[in-house]
Design a protein around this ligand. Structure first.
Ligand SMILES: Cc1cc2nc3c(=O)[nH]c(=O)nc-3n(C[C@H](O)[C@H](O)[C@H](O)COP(=O)(O)OP(=O)(O)OC[C@H]3O[C@@H](n4cnc5c(N)ncnc54)[C@H](O)[C@@H]3O)c2cc1C
Length: 416
C-alpha cells in the first residue's frame, strides 16, 4: 500500500517557520516536500534576457539546499525536480498516496499557469497567503478599492494595523523516501553578497535588529549607496520567502524603547505589500507599456543605448557605477535603483519594460510585484500622481554620494 502523504509544494516560501501552508499540511499528517526548477526558469524574457540570472539561480539553489537539510533533520524528504510541477507531482503519486497539495498563493501569471496545470491533476490543492505582512483578508477594503496612491494605503493600514501571529515550527511525522530525491545542480560562480537560505535570513534579522543595532539608524542611512549596513538587505530573503515580513514586524515590536527608525522598516514593508496588492488588482496590466494608467506615451528602443546603460558605460558616473554594481553583485540599493531606472526611462526616454526585464534577469531579490510596480512608478505610468518626476543627477550625487566614494568603488578613481 502506498503511504498517505500531503505534498508541500514550495515556491517563493523557502522556509519552515511562519509558513502557513506547511503548518496546515503538517497538522493533517505526514508531509513530503517538493521544489521544482521549472523549465521557464531556464527560458528568456520578452527582450531575450535570461529569465533567472546567475545570482538569483545561486541564491535559490542555496536556499533549497538549506531547506532540504532542515527538513531532513525532521525526517521529511524534499524532492527536487527540474520539471513542470504538475509532472513532478504526477511522478510522486506513483509511490505516494497524495491526499492534498499545499502551497503558498502566488499571483504572477507564470506562477498561475503552473498552478493551473497542477489543478488539473485529480488531487485537491490548498493555497495559503504568506507573501505579505498584512494578510489580504485584513485589508480594510476589497481589492478593487485599493487606493492608487501609496500614502492613502499606508494611512488606511496604519489606522488599525492588524498583523497576524507567527506560525510556529510544525511538528512533523517522519516519511519514507521512496524515490530519488534529485540532486541539486551545481551552483553558478556568480555570488551576490547574500548567501541563500532560511538560516542566513534569520541571521540577517538577528544581525540588523540586535547584534549590530543598525536598525536604530536605518531611517537616516537607508539612502546611502555604499555602506552595506545602511539598509536591512532583507530583500532577497523576502523575495524567496526564506523569511516572512511578519517575522520582521513582530521582531521589531520587541525593540524597547520603540524606535521611529526601526518603525521605518515596517513602513518600507508596507510598500512591498502595496505593490503586491496592486499586482493582485491589475494582473497583466503590470507588464503593459501604458502601465496601470493606460498611458499612451511613446517609448524608444535603442539597442546601443541599452548596451551602454546595462554595462555601465554611458559615461554618466553615478548611473554607470550603479549598473556595474548590479552586474557584479546582482544587487543595487533602493537609491541606486531609483537613479538608474529613472535615467533609463526619463532621461534616455527608453522603453521602461526593457529596464524592468534587465532588472528581472539580474536581481538576486527580483519579485514581480516590487520590480514591475517600482518600474511603473519611476516611468510615470503607475502609482505616482506625477508622471513627470525626474531626478537631477547632480543633486542626487551631491546628496547621496557627496565624496564620490560610491562612484570610485565601481569605476575606480575618475576625474568626476
Ligand atoms: C526600479 C526598481 C525596481 C525594484 N525591484 C525590486 C525587486 O525586484 N525586488 C525587491 O524586493 N525590491 C525591489 N525594489 C525595491 C527596493 O529597491 C529593494 O527592496 C531594496 O533596495 C532592497 O534593499 P534592502 O533590503 O536593504 O531594503 P530596505 O531599505 O532595508 O527596505 C526593507 C524592505 O522593505 C521592502 N522595500 C523597501 N523599499 C521598497 C520598494 N520601493 N518597493 C517594494 N519593497 C520595498 C523590501 O522588502 C526591503 O527588503 C525595486 C525598486 C526600484 C526603484
Amino acid at each position: 500500500m502506498k503511504p498517505k502523504v500531503y505534498v508541500m509544494w514550495f515556491r517563493n516560501d523557502l522556509r519552515l517557520r511562519d509558513n502557513l501552508a506547511l503548518a496546515l499540511a503538517a497538522k493533517l499528517g505526514p508531509v513530503i516536500g517538493l521544489y521544482c526548477w521549472e523549465p521557464r526558469f531556464d527560458g528568456e524574457t520578452d527582450f531575450e534576457f535570461p529569465a533567472v540570472g546567475a545570482f538569483r539561480r545561486r541564491f535559490i539553489l542555496e536556499s533549497v539546499a538549506d531547506l532540504r537539510a532542515e527538513l531532513a533533520a525532521e525526517g521529511v524528504p524534499l524532492y527536487f525536480r527540474e520539471a513542470e510541477p504538475a509532472d513532478a507531482i504526477d511522478e510522486l503519486s506513483e509511490e505516494y498516496d497524495i491526499q492534498a497539495i499545499y502551497a503558498q498563493t502566488e499571483v504572477g501569471p507564470d506562477e498561475t499557469a503552473a498552478l493551473g496545470k497542477v489543478q488539473q491533476l485529480e488531487i485537491p490543492v490548498r493555497l495559503s497567503d504568506g507573501w505579505t505582512m498584512v494578510h489580504p483578508e485584513d485589508l480594510p477594503y476589497p481589492l478593487k478599492h485599493l487606493p492608487i496612491l501609496f500614502t492613502n494605503f499606508q494611512k488606511d493600514i496604519e489606522r488599525k494595523m492588524v498583523i497576524r501571529r507567527l506560525k510556529p515550527l510544525p511538528e512533523f511525522l517522519p516519511v519514507p523516501t521512496l524515490l530519488d530525491l534529485g540532486e541539486l545542480p551545481e551552483l553558478p560562480p556568480e555570488r551576490s553578497p547574500f548567501p541563500g537560505g532560511e538560516k542566513a535570513g534569520l541571521a540577517r534579522i538577528q544581525h540588523y535588529l540586535w547584534d549590530s543595532g543598525r536598525v536604530l539608524t536605518y531611517k537616516a542611512t537607508r539612502n546611502e549607496m555604499l555602506d552595506p549596513e545602511s539598509g536591512t538587505r532583507f530583500s532577497a530573503y523576502l523575495a524567496h520567502g526564506c523569511i516572512s515580513p511578519r517575522q520582521i514586524f513582530h521582531e521589531i515590536q520587541k525593540i524597547e524603547p520603540a524606535s521611529e527608525s526601526a518603525y521605518w522598516v515596517i513602513y518600507e514593508l508596507l510598500w512591498r505589500d502595496f505593490f503586491h496588492f496592486n499586482f493582485r488588482r491589475y494582473g497583466r496590466k503590470m507588464f503593459k507599456i501604458g502601465g496601470i494608467k493606460g498611458s499612451t506615451q511613446f517609448w524608444n528602443q535603442d539597442r546601443e543605448l541599452f548596451e551602454k546603460w546595462s554595462t555601465g558605460t554611458l559615461e554618466v558616473p553615478l548611473v554607470d557605477a550603479a549598473m556595474r554594481e548590479l552586474r557584479a553583485t546582482g544587487y543595487q540599493s533602493n537609491r541606486a535603483r531609483q537613479i538608474t531606472a529613472s535615467y533609463w526611462a526619463k532621461d534616455l526616454q527608453q522603453d521602461w519594460r526593457i529596464g524592468a526585464e534587465w532588472f528581472q534577469s539580474m536581481l538576486v531579490d527580483y519579485d514581480p510585484h516590487s520590480n514591475w510596480g517600482n518600474w511603473q512608478y519611476v516611468a510615470g505610468v503607475g502609482n505616482d500622481a506625477r508622471s513627470d518626476r525626474r531626478f537631477n543627477l547632480a543633486i542626487q550625487a551631491e546628496k547621496y554620494d557627496p565624496n564620490g566614494e560610491f562612484v570610485t568603488q565601481w569605476l575606480g578613481k575618475l576625474d568626476h
